[in-house]
Design a protein around this ligand. Structure first.
Ligand code: ARG
Length: 462
């Protein structure tokens, strides 16, 4: 019974299984440093409001400094029986400094304590993930800068559609990641509210100063309702949803990297250090990192569902269900953090193969739309132009040749009534360069626009 914070109420000890079932310490000890930080802010406020003495505060500071040291050195004795990070630290504090340690929990509950720890911790992780997103955007922008005019086929339905520039293609991901950054920073605003003071659920009768604690811990606002403060975990859900979108974007990119690295496509090669071989097939070099990122997206999506489900049936206010929020949240942070770090490294090592990209763009009639547009500019209604070019493509398919292999007379044959509209300049419209250069509006794939988009994307990093 020794060591349990509520032992006097109970007449029999917890079984070993129940201890293990209810204990979260080996998961939530990860919050130890924010737990100490929040306790010190709470104690400082208690002393300033004359709820504990200055001497108590000084002892608490000393004790906490030693505990922090013990944890850093790996010498802290975490005990399952003490259930969670809060009770472990408080018990050690009391062993070290006696009664002052027992006064720390005045006007506080583990319910507002854990909600505060989670928010403090997540705020720091959001800031870290935000810098990793910026770093990945920077690396993508740097790669795009080398490929403002490198042409590859753009796809719809994974069928060749129209030529695009590789820089433009990469900048599509930069846009996605920029929105991910915005989403994170928006979520951070709602994470950064202070629950402490809500105590167990109804607030406390001590003359506390919540604003002082918020100032000490850098929270922008106080949670305005004590019941809500201790019980909702919507901030973990919102964060995980934002994280799931980051992973979803990286998963789409991963799918493309896998495809591009297939010898059938051969648009890129990934550095050896991001690939593995096969234990049976000596020739293999597999793109494991993007495949794993694609797979790990499933974990984060799962974590999002776990958290939503965790909260959906809970009556106000705190319920022990909430202890189960740690693993999905921690796993989400770890997965997103590792994936972003590894991607920044991997993208900077991508070897681009422009010749393979170009060869692929020359197949599949990627400039058929340009031919139709040429006819439209010469007065042919778009639907008629579309039909005429479809006819030309069919001729090419039958002959197994490209549109550019047709002679001027053969091209003219697709518009028997208006053959003279088609002049020798038509061939310049059929080139890959002509096609991309003509899409020169904002958001288009023309190299000059891609350069402008690059400049803007770089500016946005500042
Ligand atoms: N370990 C708990 C959690 O993660 C802390 C709050 C416990 N409160 C309680 N009344 N049992 O939510």
């Amino acid at each position: 019974k020794k060591g349990e914070a509520w032992s006097a109420r109970f007449s029999e000890p917890l079984s070993e299984l129940v201890q293990r079932y209810t204990s979260s310490v080996f998961v939530d000890k990860r919050l130890a440093f924010v737990d100490i930080e929040a306790s010190l802010a709470h104690a400082t406020m208690l002393a300033e409001c004359a709820i504990i003495s200055l001497d108590d505060l000084n002892q608490i500071k000393h004790g906490m400094a030693q505990i922090r040291d013990e944890i850093e050195r790996g010498e802290f004795n975490w005990q399952l029986i003490l259930e969670d990070v809060h009770l472990n630290i408080e018990a050690r504090l009391t062993t070290l400094i006696g009664d002052a340690g027992k006064r720390l929990h005045t006007g506080r509950s583990r319910n507002d304590q854990i909600a505060t720890d989670m928010r403090l911790w997540l705020r720091g992780e959001i800031d870290h993930i935000h810098t990793l997103l910026i770093e990945l955007r920077r690396v993508l922008i740097d790669l795009a800068q080398h490929h403002v005019a490198t042409i590859l086929p753009g796809f719809t339905h994974l069928q060749v559609a129209q030529p695009v520039t590789f820089g433009h293609h990469l900048l599509a991901y930069v846009e996605m990641l920029a929105r991910d950054s915005e989403r994170l920073l928006d979520c951070r605003k709602r994470v950064n509210h202070l629950p402490l003071g809500a105590a167990a659920l109804a607030g406390t009768s001590y003359p506390i100063d919540r604003q002082r604690v918020a100032d000490l811990l850098g929270f922008d606002k106080l949670c305005a309702n004590s019941l809500d403060a201790v019980s909702d975990r919507d901030f973990t859900i919102e964060f995980t949803a934002a994280a799931a979108l980051i992973m979803t974007h990286l998963s789409r990119f991963s799918e493309e990297l896998v495809l591009w690295m297939s010898p059938r496509v051969g648009f890129i090669d990934l550095a050896d250090r991001f690939c593995t071989g096969s234990s049976i097939m000596p020739q293999k070099k597999n793109p494991d990192i993007p495949e794993l990122a694609r797979g790990k997206t499933g974990r984060v999506n799962g974590n999002l569902i776990a958290l939503l489900t965790l909260v959906k049936g809970q009556p106000l206010a705190y319920n022990k269900d909430n202890q189960e929020d740690k693993e999905p949240l921690f796993d989400t942070v770890d997965t997103v953090t590792d994936t972003l770090r590894i991607f920044a490294d991997m993208v900077s090592g991508i070897e681009v193969k422009p010749a393979a990209m170009r060869a692929a763009a020359l197949q599949g009639y990627a400039t058929a739309t340009d031919l139709a547009d040429y006819l439209v500019k010469r007065g042919v209604p778009f639907r008629d132009a579309h039909e005429a070019v479809a006819h030309a493509v069919r001729v090419c398919v039958e002959r197994d040749c490209n549109l550019t292999d047709l002679t001027l007379d053969e091209l003219r044959a697709i518009l028997p009534e208006n053959a003279s509209l088609i002049e020798p300049e038509v061939f310049s419209y059929l080139t890959l360069e002509g096609s991309v250069a003509s899409r020169r509006h904002p958001g288009g794939t023309a190299p000059e626009q891609v350069q402008l988009a690059l400049n803007a994307a770089r500016e946005a990093l500042k």
